[in-house]
Design a protein around this ligand. Structure first.
Ligand code: GDP
Ligand code: GDP
Length: 455
């Protein structure tokens, strides 16, 4: 039925905002230092994008919600694009290419004070090949005297260069008008940038379960670009990793990576740090070392996630080391120790060999779709009405509390409020929760149910 279809639809719209992913996407590309970040900041009208003064400091592409003359679009900032790039620069160049691929239109920024370089020419070829509409920005035209520099860029063959000073705001309005003129109303690259930026994942688990191994595996060696979140110290670093055609934000990965260089044994990825990462994330992946007995610490981390109300995926790691006997005992341990989260999607992976790591994304998408899901009020009440009449609350001291009505007060996670004519016992509350899950799924998300008594 309709509700289920929505629930299982991976990448379904976020709460009450199904149209968000249809917002058209504008990518800002160009060589390093031409002023892309400055332009992005100018367009956003805030200082969110990080402007790095240090040459060679890289950043991944980051998506922002932008608006111009009443139209909403997603603005994607990229690192510098060097066509003959190697190493970390290659990664950034790849990101720029991906950004173009995932865009509906491109703002191509050239430094007018420098003029068209060989790199710019090469980028033009790639842009042509992409077939995307391009608006050429001749940046750093701070005053009338330098307008002539902009005119030189007709030579690139991309049509009219728009003279702009990203720094002072000069000309940006005309350039944006030009972009909006070529931008479709609905994106043709749906879902690449869910509203609110990439979805945030925390990778958690006790020491040595394989967090850093998995992070490396997912990112691919050398393929990670560190993103320093604006206005914070260098320490908690998020990494943007592209998986399954989408960018995901792995939060607080500094602690995970640093462990690689530390001596074994000590718990550097402390409980407090885990808690912070969970709070910042929308979904958490708990890694459990499948080769070892499920420990108190594993259960504690799982509980932290449930208490924080975050979506949850459980990954049993080091599957390559398991023999048949251990597999048998593992299943028994899961049944015994982790019954409270039978609703969490489970993947059996090996961070070392890469086994089944491709199953993480579908699991994450399922969990997040559940986390975002809202049951229509009519549907919820019709369902609870049926449940309450077929299984009414037990009579206590001659009284029988009735369910009056219910509403889903919020999403992320789904929270329900049930209004009743009297006190509802914990056992019956759990029964209702169970029936809600049976009916609506909610795979991968904790749900909450509270009861209010109406006199
Ligand atoms: P990105 O690497 O392309 O993102 O470039 P940035 O936005 O970091 O800018 C590189 C440098 O150019 C910074 O020092 C900026 O202050 C400077 N810059 C950016 N836009 C302008 C502009 O319109 N005029 C002038 N004069 N400098 C600019
Ligand atoms: P972290 O402390 O959670 O970041 O764990 P690490 O990623 O540092 O891994 C701890 C140890 O387990 C390292 O020696 C890894 O090589 C090893 N390891 C991690 N994942 C796997 C796996 O899937 N299979 C095997 N056999 N070893 C693994």
């Amino acid at each position: 039925d309709e509700d289920r279809a929505l629930l299982s639809g991976a990448g379904a719209g976020r709460d009450g905002d199904e149209a968000a992913e249809a917002r058209p996407v504008v990518a800002v590309v160009g060589r390093p230092n031409v002023g892309k970040s400055t332009l992005v900041n100018r367009i956003l009208g805030r200082r969110e994008a990080v402007v790095e003064d240090v040459p060679g400091v890289t950043r991944d592409r980051v998506a922002y919600d932008a608006e111009w003359t009443g139209r909403d679009f997603t603005l994607v900032d990229t690192g510098g694009w060097e066509v003959d790039a190697t190493g970390i620069h290659l990664r950034v160049a790849e990101q720029a290419e991906v950004a173009v691929e995932l865009a509906d239109a491109v703002l191509f920024v050239v430094d007018a004070t420098v003029g068209a370089t060989d790199t710019d020419e090469a980028v033009v070829k790639l842009l042509r090949k992409s077939g995307k509409p391009v608006v050429l920005i001749a940046n750093k035209v701070d005053d009338n005297r330098t307008e002539a520099d902009a005119a030189m860029l007709w030579s690139l063959g991309l049509g009219q260069p728009y003279p702009v000073s990203a720094m002072h705001g000069r000309g940006t309005g005309d350039a944006l008008d030009a972009v909006l003129a070529v931008l479709p109303d609905e994106s043709n690259v749906n879902g690449a940038y869910p509203r609110g930026g990439p979805r945030r994942i925390a990778l958690v688990g006790r020491p040595n379960v394989g967090k850093s191994s998995l992070l490396n595996k997912l990112a691919g060696e050398e393929r990670v670009v560190v993103d320093n979140v604006a206005g914070t110290t260098r320490d908690p670093v998020d990494e943007m990793i592209e998986l399954g055609g989408k960018v995901w934000r792995f939060v607080d990965t500094a602690g995970i990576r640093r462990r690689v260089h530390q001596t074994r044994g000590a718990d550097f990825y402390s409980s407090l740090r885990t808690q912070t990462a969970i709070e910042k994330a929308e979904v958490a992946v708990v890694l459990i070392d499948a080769e070892e007995s499920i420990a108190e610490q594993d259960i504690r981390v799982v509980q932290q996630i449930v208490d924080a109300g975050r979506a949850l995926v459980v990954a049993y790691n080091k599957w390559d080391l398991l023999d048949e006997e251990r597999r048998y005992y593992l299943e028994r341990e899961i049944e015994r120790e982790l019954v409270q989260i039978t609703w969490a999607p489970r993947v059996n992976i090996s961070a070392m060999t890469g086994r089944h790591t491709d199953r993480l994304v579908p699991a994450l998408e399922t969990a997040l779709a559940s986390w975002d899901y809202r049951v229509p009020t009519g549907r919820l009440n019709a369902f609870l009405g049926e449940v309450a009449s077929s299984h009414p609350h037990p009579v206590r001291s001659g009284k029988q509390p009735r369910i009056l009505f219910a509403t889903q007060a919020s999403t992320r996670p789904p929270r329900f409020v049930v209004f009743a004519s009297g006190f509802i016992e914990a056992g019956y509350r759990r029964f209702l929760e169970r029936r809600l899950r049976e009916e609506f799924g909610f795979e991968g998300t904790p749900i909450e149910l509270s009861v209010r008594v109406r006199e």
